[in-house]
Design a binder for this molecule. Sequence first.
Ligand code: NCD
Length: 309
Amino acid sequence: MSQLSVDHLLGIKYLKAEDIELIFETADHFKEVINRPIKKVPSLRDITIANLFFENSTRTKLSFELAEKRLSADVINFSASQSSVKKGETLVDTVNNILSMKVDMVVMRHPNPGAGVFLSRHIDASIINAGDGAHEHPTQALLDSYSIRERLGEVGGKKVVIVGDILHSRVALSNIFALKLLGAQVKVCGPKTLLPKYINSLGVEVETDLRKALEWCDVANMLRVQNERMDISYFPSTREYTQQFGVNKTLLDALDKEIVIMHPGPINRGVEITSDVADSKQAIILNQVENGVAIRMAVIYLLASKIKK
Ligand code: NCD
């Protein structure tokens, strides 16, 4: 396969395993590029990309922007707090205004689930979903699986537990889709109140005892508690959450093997993960960030090659 089967990256659920393999192979090449003294290739000199962030972001926004610049694309940035959205403009109008300035690709983060899919039906540009509410965050799942492949050789057959706030997490949903597609075994672990009712229909198992989950897995992906998405309390206190679902060194040292620890960031040090674990050799958190740029370069490059000029 030399081309993606899709024209947009709206979610992992629209991809085939071969798409992910192609993205990984392309990312291998770009990872080598970004480790050269000159970290840039001229591939996308004729492409203009708009980064539309209707929700706060630090690392995802920076990572996309770096990926675009390293491919030599022209980049414009927009964040909702300073925009006409606040003046009552619709999403389609906002984006069409931007596109009339001859933009080829849109990277969008939006608080509403499905915002990317909606936009793809109304505008004529390639769209990358950089996180839509509690729905999907496909590039995060791609970089997560890519980082597992880098550390453990392959994703297929590996046992991965996703720990924490599964209910509000787009990272969890996209990860589940990607890991299953690549043949990993997936469990989720967290307070029952933060596990969606439909979780078993996704082909994953539930384990509410963190110690058992850690004993079972090769990789633990620790999620942040998404306080900004909770208008009610889902557990009695942060301290109790940490006692039951936080990973610390004592817990890891008691296992008879060394597991890989992941976190999509931003970390709440001392809540879902202690500092000594976050900064330990078994954590690949900064490798995930580094791989994010290579993965996003690969996705942008592959989608751009499908744009008809
Ligand atoms: C995640 C997000 O925004 O969905 N962060 C990220 O993109 N690196 C996860 C989170 O906010 O906890």
